[in-house]
Design a protein around this ligand. Structure first.
Ligand SMILES: [Zn+2]
Length: 410
């Protein structure tokens, strides 16, 4: 194992450290989630050599020095050609929102969402550990992501969902060969059964508490700093379960502690008004998150009423001087249309909320966000229904140049 590189798995609450070979999903002493803890000396030395160059085969190859990868050969057995995601400067939308230095981080992997970044490392570790079944509880993008990577790796994927799950969402998982287990109960019941299969059958949990998922996702921060050549001032991150926020905090913190960046970005969490338990806890000054009852929303992503990373999202946002913003369905639908028509970027509802929140930042008293990155977490094709009703096919016109000009009002 890589002792000089990784100190072990460290509890995020009590600080207990266990060897990585004793892999667990939570602290044996207090039950809190674990963080894959890299040696600060190792990170400082490696980062002093500069960031690695992009690798068109897989970002796992490119970032392997900063990931728990012993044998790069395993990457070829699980890879779907995931490459570091694009960072695009805004050409119009930023100016219209009075955020001129706005960038979009398009976290859209081979299965069209951000989930692939964490899944790729989870599945690689499952192969290294000789596990034969991947599992998680999810009704959305994560289900498709593990089913696709499971298919690629030749592993079985099992997804636990609650009753009344959307058939359209599950079809994407099933076409990759994923097994969908519909539990007679709510999402909490589905998650509990998944956890039981992990503990009793040795299945590999690819969901929420897996420290490798967060370790993989933290390269989001490394990618942004390499692409910008500096730290952003503000990063807006959609928060459902909250793993993405915690991973960003981990990644930017490592770069700050190694002296690569001079300041920490302010991290802004974004939730939907229909389900905003972490934003509510933040506004109330609480240190833990109380589950809420979901209200109806057009989006069913980031609608997590009992987020497993909520406590740590609150810490990330408070310690970096950020905030939480909640947006309505009407606001994210406007953001989807604006992003598409003004920038050529088609996002799903959960992916567009970071842009919707930007329009509300100043009103929330945030001040000038400076060099800003909005995390766009999924492609619009994951949920085209969000805006489909707003567009109709126009009536046919005569096949003449004049009729085209009359139709366009030119
Ligand atoms: Zn602990």
């Amino acid at each position: 194992m890589h002792d000089e590189k990784i100190l072990g798995l460290q509890c995020r609450d009590c600080g207990a450290l266990i060897p990585e070979k004793d892999f667990a999903l939570s602290c044996g002493k207090c039950g809190a989630p674990l963080r894959l803890k890299f040696s600060p000396d190792y990170l400082r030395q490696e980062l002093a050599k500069g960031f690695p160059a992009p690798d068109s085969r897989s970002f796992l190859r490119e970032w392997a020095r900063f990931l728990p990868i012993d044998d790069p050969g395993v990457i070829d057995t699980i890879s779907l050609g995931e490459v570091e995601t694009r960072l695009l400067p805004s050409l119009r939308l930023g100016r219209s929102l009075d955020v001129p230095a706005l960038h979009f981080k398009l976290e859209i992997g081979p299965t069209l969402s951000l989930k692939d970044r964490g899944t790729a490392l989870c599945v690689l570790k499952a192969v290294e550990m000789g596990r034969n079944t991947l599992c998680l509880s999810s009704s959305g993008n994560n289900a498709a992501s593990i089913a696709a990577y499971g298919a690629r790796a030749g592993l079985r994927s099992v997804v636990f969902v609650q009753r009344d799950v959307s058939p359209a969402k599950m079809a994407k998982c099933q076409v990759y060969g994923g097994h969908v287990v519909v539990v007679d109960g709510d999402m909490a019941a589905a998650s509990a059964l998944c956890a039981e299969m992990v503990s009793s059958r040795g299945w590999f949990q690819c969901g929420g508490p897996n420290p490798y998922r967060v370790a993989g996702k933290r390269m989001f921060a490394y990618g942004i700093v390499r692409q910008l050549g500096r730290a952003p001032d503000t990063v807006l991150i959609p928060c459902g379960g909250g793993a993405g926020m915690v991973a960003a905090w981990d990644g930017f913190s490592e770069l700050y502690e190694a002296g690569v960046i001079k300041t920490m970005p302010r991290l802004v969490g974004v939730q939907l008004e229909a389900c905003n338990p972490t934003a509510t806890a933040f506004a109330q000054g609480k240190e833990t998150v109380t589950p809420v009852v979901k209200k109806p929303s057009l989006s069913d992503a980031i609608m997590n009423n009992n987020p497993c990373w909520g406590t740590y999202c609150l810490q990330a946002v408070r310690q970096t001087g950020g905030t939480f913003i909640s947006v309505s369905d009407a606001e994210f639908i406007k953001a989807i249309k604006d992003l598409a028509a003004m920038e050529g970027i088609y996002a799903e509802p959960a992916g567009a909320v970071s842009v919707a929140a930007l329009a509300k930042l100043r009103a929330a008293g945030f001040g000038d966000p400076g060099l800003t990155v909005c995390n766009i977490t999924g492609h619009g094709l994951n949920f085209p229904q969000a805006t489909a009703g707003d567009f109709a096919i126009p009536a046919p016109i005569p096949a003449t140049v004049e009729a085209v000009e009359a139709f366009l009002g030119a």
